[in-house]
Structure formats: structure tokens, C-alpha cells
Design a protein around this ligand. Structure first.
Ligand SMILES: *Cc1c(COP(=O)(O)O)cnc(C)c1O
Length: 347
């Protein structure tokens, strides 16, 4: 990349191995169930997450929507974190398209709803009330520094769901980051969810796609809903081929991105004018702020970094930034980032 792009891991280009796999992929009509490469991707995804079956979808947003629509219906309630991705960044889709009632709860500094609050939010059986159907969780938690939440929390969620006959859906857009950061198999997390989605198109570098995983029966229902929302794809094995490379080659190396995020955080910590909470940097994201005495706004600094060094950084407010590490960011890019930022702030 001539552009050094820290805005997100969604900006990642497919790797050379992906482009090769895409060029030679065997394809068929997937709406007829005849694309062998998609079939293989779904089998590998199910196996890796410890579920019976899987379904390839166009995006993480579609994966969450299709999953939630499969679990619940109009007028039913979903217990969900107030600052979760599905509440903030998916165009209100579960209400707009699904007619569902979100029962939003605050989350702690790591993105966890309190278990007591979840239990208290469940509606008693009463004709006046919406019927609670689903608990929606997320890992890693995007709004809280991409924090990797530990499996015991999800064990607690599953226990509540089991006692109240609810389902659990995990938005695992970056669940492989969450697993790698904790040095555990992803199944230690996914075992506590009835269904999950994960993204191939973020840190795993595929150009397109997410996968829904769950029971055979759940995936059968999800396939029908995917069709209803226009997500039936034809020779999309050409995309799934990149997804297979993502799952086979790109998961273990996420560790490098986490190390690079840590390097970035270490460098930021010694730049006067920058402040942030180091302990929360655990995956591939670093959120940081300008101290009051810095005479620039975040957008001014981001603009200068682009002009001076073709470094792109995300701004999350007038005084705050987000930098995300990924396959196309190397150690030398981190050093350049730190040099350019400190010289801009120092002037
Ligand atoms: C990116 C993301 C999604 C949505 O994925 P898209 O492919 O961008 O639609 C869902 N949840 C979380 C936590 C995400 O980070």
C-alpha cells in the first residue's frame, strides 16, 4: 500500500494468495446449492467455530440481520448493549426491517452488560409486554477499544439464556482477534452462543464476506431469510475462495497486528500531548486523545498526516483518534506514524 491506512482493518486489500485462489476458484450457482468453493468455506467455518453448519453472507451487517431475523420476529425483544455495533452502526436494521424491539443495556469498560441487568431485563410472560427472545453479545467489543471479552462472561450469558428459554447470538465480527488475543481456541468463546457471525473482510483481509455459524436447523432458516433480503449469490465461490485463504492463513498471524498495536501504544504513551488508557489496548485497535493544551483539533492533525506522509488515521471526535493495525501495516509504518505525529504536535 502506498497509502498507509490506519483508519480500519476493513481497508485491507486481498493478499496475493487470495487473488490467486480467486482466479482459479471452481464455482457454481450457490442459490441452487452448487458452488463447491462456498460449500467448502461453509464447512471449514463451521468446523473452526464448533458449529454444525454455516452460511456465507455479503457482510457482517447482513450476517447479524439474517441471524436475528432467524431467531426472532416482529414485536419480540432483543437484549443488546447500548453501544454495540448492531445498535450504532447497522442503520437500525433489526427495527427497520425486522420490527424488533431492542432492550438496550449499558456496557462496562470492556463491553459487557452486567449479568444481573440482563436477567432483570427479561420480560415476564404477560400479554402487555414484548416477548424477550434473544440476547445479543459482541466480541471483540468495537466501542470499547476492541476489547477481547473472556469466555466466562459468555458462559454466564448462556446460563441466563438457558434458564429463560432465550437464544444467544454473538456478533463475532472480530472474534478471531478476541481468541488470538487471549491465546485460546475460538471455540472456547463460540461454544456459548447459539449462533455467531464473523467477518472475513476485516483483519482477515478477504475483499468481501462474512459467515453465519449455527445448528443445521438454524442455518436452514437463515438461508431462507438471506434469500428474502436479497443475499442469495450465484457464482460467489470466487469470493469464498478468498475467504478460505483468510481462514487458513490469516487467523494465526493476527497476533502480529496485536503486537503492532501494542508498539504503537507504547510510542504514543511517550508523546507529550497524547493521552489514553494503555491497559485497554488488547487487540488491533488503539484509541487515543489529545490533551487540552494541544492547539489543534484531531481533524487538523489527521489532515496533516495525510499531506505529509500519506498516513491515514481515523478521528472519532474533535479531540480523539482511532488507529487500527492490520496485515498491510508493518513495524516501519508504526515508527513513521509516531515520528510524523510527534513532529506535528511538537510544532
Ligand atoms: C464491522 C462490524 C460489523 C459489520 O460488518 P460489515 O461487513 O461492515 O457490515 C458488525 N459488527 C462488528 C462488531 C463490526 O466490527
Amino acid at each position: 500500500m502506498d497509502r498507509i491506512d490506519f483508519r480500519s482493518d476493513t481497508v485491507t486489500w486481498p493478499t496475493p494468495a487470495m487473488r490467486e485462489a480467486m482466479a482459479s476458484a471452481t464455482v457454481g450457482d450457490d442459490v441452487y446449492g452448487e458452488d463447491p468453493t462456498i460449500g467448502e468455506l461453509e464447512a471449514v467455518a463451521a468446523q473452526k467455530t464448533g458449529k454444525e453448519a454455516a452460511l456465507f453472507v455479503a457482510s457482517g451487517t447482513m450476517g447479524n440481520l439474517v441471524s436475528i431475523l432467524t431467531h426472532a420476529t416482529r414485536g419480540e425483544e432483543v437484549i443488546v448493549g447500548r453501544d454495540s455495533h448492531v445498535m450504532l452502526w447497522e442503520a437500525g436494521s433489526i427495527s427497520a426491517l425486522g420490527g424488533m424491539v431492542p432492550n438496550t443495556l449499558p456496557t462496562d469498560q470492556y463491553g459487557r452488560m452486567s449479568l444481573q441487568a440482563v436477567e432483570d431485563a427479561i420480560r415476564p410472560d404477560n400479554d402487555h409486554l414484548p416477548k424477550t427472545r434473544l440476547i445479543h453479545v459482541e466480541n471483540s467489543y468495537g466501542s470499547k477499544y476492541g476489547y477481547p471479552i473472556s469466555p466466562d462472561y459468555f458462559a454466564g450469558i448462556q446460563d441466563i439464556a438457558g434458564r429463560h428459554d432465550l437464544k444467544v447470538h454473538l456478533d463475532g465480527a472480530r472474534v478471531f482477534n478476541a481468541a488470538v488475543a487471549q491465546n485460546i481456541d475460538v471455540r472456547e468463546i463460540t461454544q456459548y452462543a447459539d449462533s455467531l457471525t464473523f467477518c472475513l473482510s476485516k483483519g482477515l483481509c478477504a475483499p468481501v464476506g462474512s459467515v453465519i455459524c449455527g445448528s443445521t436447523e438454524f442455518i436452514k432458516g437463515a438461508r431462507r431469510i438471506r434469500k428474502a433480503v436479497g443475499g442469495g449469490m450465484r457464482q460467489a465461490g470466487i469470493l469464498a475462495a478468498a475467504g478460505l485463504v483468510a481462514l487458513e492463513q490469516m487467523v494465526d498471524r493476527l497476533d502480529i497486528d496485536h503486537r503492532n498495536a501494542c508498539l504503537l501504544a507504547e510510542g504514543l504513551a511517550v508523546i507529550p500531548g497524547i493521552e489514553f488508557d494503555f491497559d485497554r489496548v488488547r487487540t488491533n485497535m488503539v484509541f487515543f486523545n489529545l490533551t487540552e493544551d494541544v492547539p489543534y483539533q484531531a481533524s487538523d492533525i489527521a489532515g496533516k498526516m495525510r499531506e505529509e506522509a500519506n498516513i491515514w488515521v481515523g478521528t472519532t471526535g474533535p479531540r480523539s483518534f482511532r488507529a487500527v493495525t492490520h496485515y498491510w501495516i508493518e513495524e516501519a509504518d508504526i515508527e513513521l506514524f509516531l515520528d510524523v505525529l510527534s513532529s506535528i504536535i511538537g510544532n
